[in-house]
Design a protein around this ligand. Structure first.
Ligand code: FAD
Ligand code: MLT
Ligand code: ZN
Length: 471
């Protein structure tokens, strides 16, 4: 239904002149997603500055049954922020104040539009660590991080966005504001509403502010690039690493030869750490409150070498060397498009199953599409792999993309057999609703639909995202 002129005038009047965009050129950046595959349309883009403005916009949309698409930094990987014709994008980017830093209580209270890197910097300025860290941290925003329950590099030690959030302020589907901005570590007063909104990708409410947990700033860090004897050694190596440093590794990332080779050939600031490059490498980061962490990690490498779990390793000797190693991790995301179109899969299995899963998946893929190049990397420490695929070198891009559905079915079927997840980190958004219908149990889907109906009975919040249409 196209909203009438009077409703549009009322919506426009909620924000200041620069807070309303309806010119196609001005709206364009809000209509496409980070992978550049999906392009949407919208009624307009509203850029409120306050929670009251968000609430007023949503109240009018509720009354007029206008679909609302919240947006943060628009770095999401699943098209969750891409609007459809007739919907209003509410971009939270100007709701970006840091409301309070409580260094004694180890919390920071921020608005949804704050850029993650800015919140990290504010925490650091107060002598604290905000542990959430991901490749998009220079542009993603806290509301988006919580709405997607972002993971990233530090999950192993500090948990996902959910574990780093104590309280939320949320604009509900009818425009009322739920003030759940609590700084409490304990609060068993009934159902945990906060946890419903986290990871709901804008389908249950608009997050306008959050209380996040802070941690002590590590006094020392150690970074090591390891060459495992084989993938099969990874679980034992991780188990060993857990007893070193101050509480084990914070980061434990898998890097494959194909990705490092591509990055080191083509991208600035990337130098191959081994010659020739091994098939698999692990990049591990340890946080410590004690400078002895470097010596401890050195001892870990010696013990792992002795046990035959690794065959080679590099231990960074300076901050610059550590940065160069982490640059490799970041570069592999940038490098994959250089091999042609990519088919991305965001999978998780139990860490113990990871070697068998990767081995079986690679064999099955090779049988299905000979020459396909698995570009498998990511958060091995928590079992989450970006099981991306690049085309055989001589295959036409369109033919490769046509093979996407059967390769996805193969991988998701295998991951289901391991009791794993077909969407471990990036969420469902628009592109994986079909997979929800395919792989989620009817009971889970029905419970989710009931939650959606309870919180958004008119279905105005991010329509068409997360839940598949009823069968
Ligand atoms: P957006 O893309 O704007 O929105 C994402 C979803 O959340 C949409 O459904 C949107 O409607 C909803 N939403 C946004 N703001 C709100 C709000 N205030 N209230 C309610 N709903 C809202 N993700 C990871 O988890 N781990 C990684 O390691 C990682 N690395 C990445 C690296 C790169 C280079 C890139 C481009 C992306 C990466 N991502 C990663 C994906 C992405 O950065 C995360 O999903 C991030 O949390 C999205 O934040 P955003 O502000 O950009 O959200
Ligand atoms: C990463 O871990 O680097 C990202 O989640 C990958 C991506 O965004 O594609
Ligand atoms: Zn990731």
């Amino acid at each position: 239904m196209k909203p009438d002129a009077a409703s549009l005038t009322r919506l426009r009047a909620v924000v200041d002149a620069s807070g309303w965009l309806d010119d196609p050129a001005a709206m364009a950046p809000y209509l496409a997603e980070s992978r550049g595959r999906l392009h949407g349309e919208a009624l307009a883009v509203a850029r409120p500055r306050t929670t009251a403005e968000v609430a007023a916009l949503v109240a009018i949309c509720h009354e007029q049954r206008i679909g609302v698409v919240p947006q943060g930094g628009n770095t999401g990987r699943c098209g969750g922020g891409v609007p459809a014709a007739g919907q209003l994008v509410i971009a939270l980017e100007r709701l970006n104040r840091i409301r309070a830093v409580d260094a004694a209580g180890d919390t920071i209270t921020v608005e949804a539009g704050c850029i993650l890197a800015d919140v990290q910097a504010a925490a650091r300025a107060a002598g604290r660590l905000l542990a959430l860290s991901l490749g998009a941290e220079g542009s993603c925003r806290i509301g988006g991080n919580l709405a997607t329950n972002a993971g990233g590099l530090n999950v192993l030690r500090y948990g996902m966005a959910r574990e780093q959030c104590l309280g939320l302020e949320v604009v509900l589907a009818d425009g009322r504001v739920w003030d759940g901005l609590r700084r409490l570590r304990k609060d068993n007063t009934g159902y945990d509403l906060r946890d419903l909104f986290i990871g709901s990708e804008g389908t249950l409410g608009l997050i306008t502010a959050a209380v996040l947990k802070l941690q002590p700033l590590p006094r020392a860090q150690a970074t090591a690039l390891l060459v495992p004897a084989s993938l099969a050694a990874v679980p034992a190596l991780l188990a060993r690493a857990r007893s070193y440093g101050d509480g084990g590794p914070s980061r434990f990332e898998l890097l494959p030869r194909l990705a490092l080779d591509t990055a080191c050939r083509h991208l600035p600031g990337c130098r191959a750490p081994f010659e020739p490059l091994p098939q698999w490498m692990l990049l591990a980061g340890f946080d410590g409150r004690d400078p002895r962490v470097q010596a401890e990690v050195e001892a870990l490498l010696a013990a792992a070498l002795e046990a035959g779990e690794i065959v080679d390793a590099v231990l960074a000797q300076s901050g610059a060397q550590a940065d160069a190693l982490w640059r490799l991790r970041e570069a592999i995301v940038e490098a994959q498009p250089l091999l042609g179109p990519s088919l991305k899969h965001d999978l998780a299995v139990a860490v113990a199953d990871l070697p068998a899963f990767v081995e079986q998946a690679c064999a099955a893929l090779a049988a299905e599409l000979p020459g396909v190049r698995p570009y498998v990397f990511g958060h091995a420490g928590d079992g989450n792999l970006h099981f991306n695929l690049s085309p055989p070198p001589d295959m036409a891009p369109a033919a490769f993309l046509d093979a996407g559905p059967r390769l996805r079915e193969l991988l998701h079927g295998l991951v289901a057999g391991f009791g794993g997840s077909f969407a471990a980190e990036h969420g469902i958004g628009r592109i994986k609703t079909g997979e929800m219908a395919r792989w989620k149990s009817p009971v889970e889907l029905e419970l989710m639909r009931r939650v959606k109906a309870a919180l958004d009975p008119e279905g105005i919040l991010n329509p068409g995202k997360v839940l598949p249409p009823p069968a």
